[in-house]
Write a protein that binds this ligand. Sequence first.
Ligand code: NAP
Length: 342
Amino acid sequence: MDGKGVVLVTGGSGYIGGWCAIALLKQGYVVRTTVRNLSREAEVRARFAKQTDPGNRLSFHAADLMADAGWDAAAEGCDYVLHVASPLGVAEPKDPDELIVPAREGAKRAVRAAIKAGAKRVVLTSSVAASSKDEGPGDWLADESCWTDPTDRRVSAYAKSKTIAERAAWELIAAEGGKTTLATVNPALVLGPVLGADYSESVQVVERLLSGRVPGVPRLGFNIVDVRDVADLHIRAMTAPEAAGQRFIAAGAYAWMGDLAALLRARLDPAAAAKVPTRKVPDLVVRLVGLFDTDLGSVAPGLGRTHDFTSAKAQNLLGWRPRPTEETVIDCAKSLIAEGLV
Ligand code: NAP
């Protein structure tokens, strides 16, 4: 087989995993990817084929975060492992372990398999949710030295799952890593073109604005990062010698939902943007509705505050450059429209 090396990407059916696999294939790597069930292979192959011709450099393995089967075989002979798969959860589950256990145990399974295979490096997709300061009302700017406190009861189950999984991976590498090194990529809210109907929950921010599923715009903001730039940072973190043992925040500019709504109205055809809300929703209304609507309830604590993340480290150490937010948001919207999803 030709190629620059063999890379296992876990969760090839996912948004970030898919774009990582595509970027690696475009750069000439041999790519293996895991899905929970091989019945999804044809669908995922078809998604990738719209972006690049993988030739004979793409193969599929079955592996579930919650079971041992398949992990060693998937990692055997790999030079690198990108461990991307993990459950997402905007809404709070009744039991936080629904997210924590697969995230933590899956990270341990992927890292163990990489060590056993003698891979040079594992890149774990963590999150800014694992790199936050406190959950209080004040504004702050966080970098890679910050760690979310998973014992804080205000921290969401998803943020706990990402923090605990990332900690577990670092502990495992420290104890058993040998020649296998670890780096993490900690993305902010990931947007950009979708690969199909099965898109990540993060894309709902744009989908809800376009489809008018939100009656108005709440005072919520986040750092946005393009899925293609997140894939690029994974590959930089995988190959750069100086990335070993490092965490890298992947975050572009901080944007408010009101700015995103205005951007969609300004840059899309008027018909495509017709349902994008113009009204602002007062904080009190979001909090009240959030008492009954778990999706809104989970975002209400973020109202009006600026919890900002810097990606200066990835830019300075790895030469990574996030593209402008406008391009990311508009490409995301156009892909949803082109796929007939809004
Ligand atoms: P996604 O599209 O929902 O992809 C999640 C992937 O994880 C899917 O491939 C999914 O497989 C897989 N997965 C979930 N549970 C699994 C299990 N028990 N066993 C095996 N695979 C399982 O979400 P995404 O946005 O690409 O997220 C990928 C990674 O990025 C996650 O680690 C997430 O925490 C992280 N992240 C995402 C964002 C964001 O804004 N999207 C931000 C920061 C970090 P199925 O297709 O079978 O469900």
